[in-house]
Design a protein around this ligand. Structure first.
Ligand code: NAD
Length: 359
Protein backbone atom coordinates (compact mmCIF):
# COMPACT_ATOMS: atom_id res chain seq x y z
CA UNK A 1 0.00 0.00 0.00
CA UNK A 2 1.45 3.34 -1.03
CA UNK A 3 0.89 6.42 1.13
CA UNK A 4 2.92 9.48 0.03
CA UNK A 5 2.51 8.60 -3.64
CA UNK A 6 -1.14 7.57 -3.28
CA UNK A 7 -3.32 9.22 -5.99
CA UNK A 8 -5.58 10.70 -3.25
CA UNK A 9 -2.72 11.79 -0.93
CA UNK A 10 -2.89 15.47 -1.94
CA UNK A 11 -0.33 16.71 0.60
CA UNK A 12 -2.14 15.46 3.68
CA UNK A 13 -0.50 16.80 6.83
CA UNK A 14 -1.02 13.76 8.96
CA UNK A 15 -2.12 10.14 8.82
CA UNK A 16 -2.39 7.79 11.80
CA UNK A 17 -3.02 4.06 11.65
CA UNK A 18 -4.39 2.58 14.85
CA UNK A 19 -4.81 -1.00 15.89
CA UNK A 20 -6.05 -2.39 19.17
CA UNK A 21 -6.05 -6.21 19.06
CA UNK A 22 -8.00 -6.52 22.31
CA UNK A 23 -11.09 -4.80 20.91
CA UNK A 24 -10.48 -5.48 17.21
CA UNK A 25 -10.16 -1.75 16.44
CA UNK A 26 -8.45 -0.95 13.17
CA UNK A 27 -8.73 2.70 12.28
CA UNK A 28 -7.16 5.45 10.22
CA UNK A 29 -7.28 9.18 11.00
CA UNK A 30 -6.44 11.60 8.18
CA UNK A 31 -5.82 15.31 8.63
CA UNK A 32 -5.67 17.03 5.28
CA UNK A 33 -5.07 20.64 6.24
CA UNK A 34 -5.24 22.45 9.57
CA UNK A 35 -4.36 25.99 8.49
CA UNK A 36 -7.79 27.31 9.49
CA UNK A 37 -8.06 25.29 12.72
CA UNK A 38 -8.42 21.76 14.12
CA UNK A 39 -9.56 19.17 11.62
CA UNK A 40 -13.20 18.33 12.22
CA UNK A 41 -14.76 15.45 10.34
CA UNK A 42 -16.92 12.39 10.70
CA UNK A 43 -15.81 9.03 12.07
CA UNK A 44 -17.08 6.47 9.58
CA UNK A 45 -17.41 2.74 10.32
CA UNK A 46 -17.62 0.55 7.24
CA UNK A 47 -16.64 -3.03 6.32
CA UNK A 48 -14.05 -1.98 3.71
CA UNK A 49 -12.99 -4.75 1.33
CA UNK A 50 -9.34 -4.09 2.19
CA UNK A 51 -7.00 -1.56 3.83
CA UNK A 52 -6.44 0.18 0.51
CA UNK A 53 -10.17 0.92 0.14
CA UNK A 54 -10.24 2.36 3.67
CA UNK A 55 -7.18 4.53 2.99
CA UNK A 56 -8.63 5.84 -0.28
CA UNK A 57 -11.92 6.71 1.40
CA UNK A 58 -10.40 8.49 4.39
CA UNK A 59 -8.04 10.54 2.20
CA UNK A 60 -10.81 11.58 -0.18
CA UNK A 61 -13.26 12.46 2.60
CA UNK A 62 -10.70 14.33 4.69
CA UNK A 63 -9.66 16.52 1.77
CA UNK A 64 -13.35 17.22 1.10
CA UNK A 65 -13.76 18.50 4.66
CA UNK A 66 -10.93 21.03 4.21
CA UNK A 67 -12.72 22.43 1.18
CA UNK A 68 -16.17 22.41 2.79
CA UNK A 69 -15.06 24.17 6.00
CA UNK A 70 -12.92 26.73 4.18
CA UNK A 71 -15.74 27.56 1.79
CA UNK A 72 -18.06 27.96 4.77
CA UNK A 73 -15.57 30.41 6.34
CA UNK A 74 -15.19 28.27 9.47
CA UNK A 75 -12.06 28.23 11.61
CA UNK A 76 -11.72 24.53 11.01
CA UNK A 77 -9.40 22.32 9.05
CA UNK A 78 -10.32 19.13 7.24
CA UNK A 79 -10.04 15.63 8.60
CA UNK A 80 -11.85 12.35 8.76
CA UNK A 81 -11.48 8.95 10.40
CA UNK A 82 -12.52 5.47 9.38
CA UNK A 83 -12.96 2.38 11.51
CA UNK A 84 -12.56 -0.77 9.42
CA UNK A 85 -15.39 -3.11 10.37
CA UNK A 86 -19.08 -3.89 10.10
CA UNK A 87 -21.02 -1.45 12.29
CA UNK A 88 -23.80 -4.02 12.76
CA UNK A 89 -21.63 -6.87 14.01
CA UNK A 90 -18.23 -5.52 15.03
CA UNK A 91 -19.05 -2.40 16.98
CA UNK A 92 -18.72 -2.50 20.77
CA UNK A 93 -18.35 0.05 23.54
CA UNK A 94 -14.82 -1.25 24.15
CA UNK A 95 -13.87 -0.70 20.49
CA UNK A 96 -15.35 2.81 20.48
CA UNK A 97 -13.57 3.65 23.73
CA UNK A 98 -10.29 2.46 22.19
CA UNK A 99 -11.01 4.81 19.28
CA UNK A 100 -11.59 7.58 21.83
CA UNK A 101 -8.19 6.96 23.41
CA UNK A 102 -6.51 7.22 20.02
CA UNK A 103 -8.35 10.44 19.16
CA UNK A 104 -7.34 11.83 22.58
CA UNK A 105 -3.73 10.94 21.76
CA UNK A 106 -3.86 13.35 18.83
CA UNK A 107 -4.30 16.18 21.33
CA UNK A 108 -7.19 17.93 19.60
CA UNK A 109 -5.69 18.10 16.10
CA UNK A 110 -8.64 15.93 15.00
CA UNK A 111 -12.24 16.27 16.25
CA UNK A 112 -14.54 13.33 15.56
CA UNK A 113 -18.20 13.68 14.56
CA UNK A 114 -20.99 11.34 13.50
CA UNK A 115 -20.84 9.73 10.07
CA UNK A 116 -22.28 6.71 8.31
CA UNK A 117 -21.97 3.69 10.57
CA UNK A 118 -21.70 5.79 13.74
CA UNK A 119 -24.47 7.46 15.74
CA UNK A 120 -24.65 10.25 18.29
CA UNK A 121 -24.77 7.49 20.96
CA UNK A 122 -21.52 6.00 19.56
CA UNK A 123 -19.83 9.41 19.60
CA UNK A 124 -20.84 9.75 23.24
CA UNK A 125 -19.04 6.44 23.96
CA UNK A 126 -15.95 7.69 22.08
CA UNK A 127 -16.33 10.87 24.16
CA UNK A 128 -15.82 8.91 27.40
CA UNK A 129 -12.13 8.88 26.48
CA UNK A 130 -11.66 12.20 24.73
CA UNK A 131 -13.02 15.74 24.72
CA UNK A 132 -12.39 15.92 21.01
CA UNK A 133 -15.82 14.88 19.73
CA UNK A 134 -18.51 17.15 18.27
CA UNK A 135 -22.15 16.92 17.30
CA UNK A 136 -23.33 15.34 20.55
CA UNK A 137 -24.27 18.26 22.78
CA UNK A 138 -27.77 19.56 23.28
CA UNK A 139 -27.79 23.21 22.30
CA UNK A 140 -29.97 25.98 20.92
CA UNK A 141 -29.97 25.90 17.13
CA UNK A 142 -30.10 28.73 14.57
CA UNK A 143 -33.89 28.91 14.85
CA UNK A 144 -33.86 29.27 18.63
CA UNK A 145 -35.12 25.69 19.03
CA UNK A 146 -33.40 23.13 21.28
CA UNK A 147 -31.26 20.70 19.25
CA UNK A 148 -30.10 17.23 20.28
CA UNK A 149 -27.03 17.60 18.07
CA UNK A 150 -28.69 16.52 14.78
CA UNK A 151 -27.48 19.10 12.23
CA UNK A 152 -30.18 18.29 9.62
CA UNK A 153 -32.41 21.31 10.37
CA UNK A 154 -29.45 23.66 9.91
CA UNK A 155 -28.35 21.84 6.76
CA UNK A 156 -31.86 22.22 5.35
CA UNK A 157 -31.94 25.93 6.16
CA UNK A 158 -28.54 26.39 4.49
CA UNK A 159 -29.74 24.57 1.36
CA UNK A 160 -32.80 26.83 1.36
CA UNK A 161 -30.58 29.94 1.58
CA UNK A 162 -28.38 28.58 -1.23
CA UNK A 163 -31.35 27.64 -3.40
CA UNK A 164 -32.74 31.17 -3.08
CA UNK A 165 -29.37 32.63 -4.13
CA UNK A 166 -29.29 30.30 -7.16
CA UNK A 167 -32.85 31.18 -8.18
CA UNK A 168 -32.10 34.89 -7.85
CA UNK A 169 -28.95 34.52 -9.95
CA UNK A 170 -30.40 32.32 -12.67
CA UNK A 171 -34.05 33.33 -12.82
CA UNK A 172 -33.76 36.89 -11.49
CA UNK A 173 -36.46 36.37 -8.90
CA UNK A 174 -36.50 36.76 -5.12
CA UNK A 175 -40.13 35.86 -4.58
CA UNK A 176 -40.52 32.07 -4.57
CA UNK A 177 -44.30 32.13 -4.96
CA UNK A 178 -45.20 29.58 -7.60
CA UNK A 179 -41.58 28.45 -8.09
CA UNK A 180 -41.68 24.82 -9.19
CA UNK A 181 -39.27 22.58 -7.25
CA UNK A 182 -38.73 18.80 -7.37
CA UNK A 183 -37.19 17.30 -4.24
CA UNK A 184 -35.60 13.86 -4.53
CA UNK A 185 -35.52 12.27 -1.06
CA UNK A 186 -37.65 13.81 1.69
CA UNK A 187 -35.77 12.51 4.73
CA UNK A 188 -34.20 14.59 7.48
CA UNK A 189 -32.92 17.34 5.20
CA UNK A 190 -35.18 17.04 2.14
CA UNK A 191 -38.42 17.20 4.12
CA UNK A 192 -37.32 20.30 6.04
CA UNK A 193 -36.12 21.95 2.84
CA UNK A 194 -39.51 21.19 1.26
CA UNK A 195 -41.24 22.77 4.27
CA UNK A 196 -39.18 25.99 3.93
CA UNK A 197 -40.06 26.07 0.25
CA UNK A 198 -43.74 25.49 0.92
CA UNK A 199 -43.76 28.33 3.47
CA UNK A 200 -42.17 30.56 0.81
CA UNK A 201 -44.98 29.73 -1.62
CA UNK A 202 -43.25 27.20 -3.90
CA UNK A 203 -45.07 24.36 -5.67
CA UNK A 204 -43.50 21.01 -4.83
CA UNK A 205 -43.00 17.59 -6.40
CA UNK A 206 -41.45 14.86 -4.27
CA UNK A 207 -40.20 11.31 -4.56
CA UNK A 208 -38.75 9.06 -1.87
CA UNK A 209 -38.11 5.33 -2.02
CA UNK A 210 -39.49 5.17 1.51
CA UNK A 211 -43.25 5.47 0.93
CA UNK A 212 -44.06 6.90 4.36
CA UNK A 213 -41.66 9.81 3.91
CA UNK A 214 -43.15 10.61 0.53
CA UNK A 215 -46.72 10.40 1.86
CA UNK A 216 -45.83 12.75 4.73
CA UNK A 217 -44.68 15.40 2.23
CA UNK A 218 -47.84 14.89 0.14
CA UNK A 219 -50.17 15.07 3.15
CA UNK A 220 -48.48 17.78 5.17
CA UNK A 221 -47.00 20.01 2.47
CA UNK A 222 -49.46 19.44 -0.37
CA UNK A 223 -46.62 18.20 -2.61
CA UNK A 224 -47.35 16.35 -5.85
CA UNK A 225 -46.14 12.74 -5.75
CA UNK A 226 -43.61 11.88 -8.47
CA UNK A 227 -41.88 8.63 -9.42
CA UNK A 228 -38.33 7.32 -9.30
CA UNK A 229 -38.12 7.65 -13.08
CA UNK A 230 -39.38 11.20 -13.46
CA UNK A 231 -38.42 13.17 -10.33
CA UNK A 232 -35.20 14.55 -11.87
CA UNK A 233 -36.71 15.17 -15.29
CA UNK A 234 -39.89 17.11 -14.54
CA UNK A 235 -40.49 20.48 -16.24
CA UNK A 236 -39.75 22.43 -13.04
CA UNK A 237 -37.50 25.39 -12.22
CA UNK A 238 -35.31 23.67 -9.63
CA UNK A 239 -34.20 20.12 -8.86
CA UNK A 240 -33.18 19.54 -5.24
CA UNK A 241 -31.48 16.14 -4.91
CA UNK A 242 -31.50 15.27 -1.20
CA UNK A 243 -31.05 11.51 -1.25
CA UNK A 244 -27.85 10.17 -2.77
CA UNK A 245 -24.81 11.06 -4.85
CA UNK A 246 -23.86 10.59 -8.51
CA UNK A 247 -27.34 11.51 -9.79
CA UNK A 248 -25.82 14.05 -12.21
CA UNK A 249 -24.22 11.87 -14.86
CA UNK A 250 -23.98 11.13 -18.59
CA UNK A 251 -27.46 9.60 -18.60
CA UNK A 252 -29.34 12.16 -16.51
CA UNK A 253 -27.82 15.50 -17.59
CA UNK A 254 -29.16 15.48 -21.19
CA UNK A 255 -32.68 14.80 -19.87
CA UNK A 256 -32.85 17.56 -17.21
CA UNK A 257 -35.46 20.25 -17.81
CA UNK A 258 -34.82 22.43 -14.73
CA UNK A 259 -32.45 25.37 -14.96
CA UNK A 260 -31.16 25.19 -11.35
CA UNK A 261 -29.74 22.26 -9.34
CA UNK A 262 -29.61 22.95 -5.61
CA UNK A 263 -29.76 20.04 -3.18
CA UNK A 264 -28.19 18.59 -0.04
CA UNK A 265 -26.80 15.26 -1.21
CA UNK A 266 -23.02 14.87 -1.27
CA UNK A 267 -21.04 14.07 -4.42
CA UNK A 268 -23.89 14.85 -6.80
CA UNK A 269 -21.62 14.86 -9.84
CA UNK A 270 -20.68 11.37 -10.94
CA UNK A 271 -17.47 12.77 -12.43
CA UNK A 272 -15.89 16.19 -11.83
CA UNK A 273 -16.36 17.18 -15.49
CA UNK A 274 -20.12 16.82 -15.21
CA UNK A 275 -20.26 20.40 -13.95
CA UNK A 276 -18.98 21.49 -17.37
CA UNK A 277 -21.74 19.39 -18.96
CA UNK A 278 -24.33 21.22 -16.82
CA UNK A 279 -22.85 24.59 -17.74
CA UNK A 280 -22.93 23.66 -21.42
CA UNK A 281 -26.65 23.00 -21.07
CA UNK A 282 -27.20 26.36 -19.34
CA UNK A 283 -28.09 24.72 -16.01
CA UNK A 284 -26.87 26.49 -12.87
CA UNK A 285 -25.35 23.96 -10.45
CA UNK A 286 -24.92 24.96 -6.77
CA UNK A 287 -21.87 22.87 -5.76
CA UNK A 288 -22.93 20.34 -3.12
CA UNK A 289 -20.13 21.00 -0.66
CA UNK A 290 -20.94 24.72 -0.70
CA UNK A 291 -24.70 24.47 -0.33
CA UNK A 292 -24.85 21.67 2.26
CA UNK A 293 -22.39 23.23 4.74
CA UNK A 294 -25.13 24.12 7.27
CA UNK A 295 -24.44 20.86 9.13
CA UNK A 296 -20.75 21.55 9.71
CA UNK A 297 -21.59 25.14 10.68
CA UNK A 298 -24.07 23.80 13.25
CA UNK A 299 -21.53 21.33 14.66
CA UNK A 300 -18.85 24.03 14.84
CA UNK A 301 -21.05 26.42 16.80
CA UNK A 302 -22.25 23.74 19.19
CA UNK A 303 -19.19 24.31 21.38
CA UNK A 304 -18.69 28.06 20.95
CA UNK A 305 -21.78 29.27 22.76
CA UNK A 306 -22.71 31.57 19.85
CA UNK A 307 -26.20 33.03 19.79
CA UNK A 308 -28.83 31.58 17.41
CA UNK A 309 -28.67 34.89 15.48
CA UNK A 310 -24.91 34.49 14.87
CA UNK A 311 -25.37 30.91 13.68
CA UNK A 312 -28.26 31.91 11.45
CA UNK A 313 -26.24 34.75 9.89
CA UNK A 314 -23.36 32.36 9.23
CA UNK A 315 -25.67 29.81 7.60
CA UNK A 316 -27.27 32.49 5.45
CA UNK A 317 -23.72 33.34 4.31
CA UNK A 318 -23.96 30.16 2.21
CA UNK A 319 -26.13 32.21 -0.15
CA UNK A 320 -23.46 34.92 -0.42
CA UNK A 321 -20.70 32.37 -1.06
CA UNK A 322 -22.78 30.80 -3.81
CA UNK A 323 -23.50 34.17 -5.39
CA UNK A 324 -19.74 34.80 -5.48
CA UNK A 325 -19.21 31.38 -7.11
CA UNK A 326 -21.93 32.00 -9.72
CA UNK A 327 -20.63 35.48 -10.55
CA UNK A 328 -17.05 34.26 -10.97
CA UNK A 329 -18.28 31.36 -13.06
CA UNK A 330 -20.11 33.76 -15.38
CA UNK A 331 -17.18 36.13 -15.73
CA UNK A 332 -14.53 33.44 -16.30
CA UNK A 333 -16.58 30.83 -18.15
CA UNK A 334 -15.41 28.25 -15.60
CA UNK A 335 -18.00 25.79 -14.27
CA UNK A 336 -19.27 26.37 -10.74
CA UNK A 337 -17.73 23.21 -9.23
CA UNK A 338 -14.25 24.27 -10.35
CA UNK A 339 -14.82 27.84 -9.11
CA UNK A 340 -15.95 26.49 -5.71
CA UNK A 341 -12.74 24.47 -5.40
CA UNK A 342 -10.61 27.48 -6.33
CA UNK A 343 -12.42 29.72 -3.87
CA UNK A 344 -11.98 27.16 -1.06
CA UNK A 345 -8.26 26.90 -1.89
CA UNK A 346 -7.94 30.68 -1.70
CA UNK A 347 -9.58 30.60 1.71
CA UNK A 348 -7.40 27.89 3.25
CA UNK A 349 -4.18 28.95 1.52
CA UNK A 350 -4.61 32.52 2.78
CA UNK A 351 -4.58 31.07 6.28
CA UNK A 352 -1.48 29.01 5.43
CA UNK A 353 0.30 32.20 4.38
CA UNK A 354 -0.92 34.13 7.42
CA UNK A 355 0.36 31.43 9.80
CA UNK A 356 3.71 31.30 7.95
CA UNK A 357 4.08 35.06 8.35
CA UNK A 358 3.42 34.79 12.09
CA UNK A 359 6.75 32.96 12.54
P1 NAD B 1 -31.92 10.77 5.29
O1 NAD B 1 -31.49 9.36 5.28
O2 NAD B 1 -32.66 11.29 6.48
O3 NAD B 1 -32.84 11.08 4.03
C1 NAD B 1 -32.59 10.57 2.77
C2 NAD B 1 -33.93 10.22 2.16
O4 NAD B 1 -33.68 9.82 0.82
C3 NAD B 1 -34.62 9.07 2.87
O5 NAD B 1 -35.97 9.42 3.12
C4 NAD B 1 -34.51 7.92 1.88
O6 NAD B 1 -35.61 7.03 1.93
C5 NAD B 1 -34.46 8.67 0.57
N1 NAD B 1 -33.85 7.95 -0.54
C6 NAD B 1 -32.80 7.09 -0.52
N2 NAD B 1 -32.51 6.66 -1.78
C7 NAD B 1 -33.41 7.28 -2.57
C8 NAD B 1 -33.65 7.24 -3.96
N3 NAD B 1 -32.93 6.47 -4.78
N4 NAD B 1 -34.65 8.01 -4.46
C9 NAD B 1 -35.41 8.78 -3.64
N5 NAD B 1 -35.24 8.82 -2.32
C10 NAD B 1 -34.26 8.08 -1.80
O7 NAD B 1 -30.60 11.62 5.02
P2 NAD B 1 -30.42 13.18 5.23
O8 NAD B 1 -29.76 13.43 6.53
O9 NAD B 1 -31.70 13.86 4.90
O10 NAD B 1 -29.33 13.49 4.11
C11 NAD B 1 -29.69 13.59 2.74
C12 NAD B 1 -28.45 13.83 1.90
O11 NAD B 1 -27.82 15.04 2.31
C13 NAD B 1 -27.39 12.73 2.04
O12 NAD B 1 -26.75 12.58 0.81
C14 NAD B 1 -26.42 13.32 3.06
O13 NAD B 1 -25.11 12.81 2.88
C15 NAD B 1 -26.46 14.79 2.66
N6 NAD B 1 -26.10 15.67 3.77
C16 NAD B 1 -26.79 15.63 4.94
C17 NAD B 1 -26.43 16.49 5.98
C18 NAD B 1 -27.20 16.49 7.28
O14 NAD B 1 -26.99 17.40 8.10
N7 NAD B 1 -28.08 15.53 7.51
C19 NAD B 1 -25.35 17.38 5.83
C20 NAD B 1 -24.66 17.41 4.60
C21 NAD B 1 -25.04 16.54 3.58
Amino acid sequence: MTVFSHPEFDDHEHLSFFSDPETGLKAIVAIHNSSRGPALGGCRMFPYADDEAALRDVLRLSRGMTYKSALANLDLGGGKSVIIGDPHTQKSDALLEAMGRHVEGLGGQYIAAEDSGTSVADLKVIGRQTRHVAGIAEHIAFDGQPSNGDPSPTTAYGVFAGLKAAVKHKLGREDLTGLKVAVQGVGNVGYRLARHLKEAGAELWVYDIYRENMQRAVDELGAHPASADDILFLPVDVIAPCAMGAVLNDTSIPRLQASVIAGAANNLLQRPDHDQALKDRGILYAPDFAINAGGIIDVFYESTGASPEEVRAHVEGIGETLTEIFTRSDSTGTPTGVVANLLAEERFRKHDEASAQAY
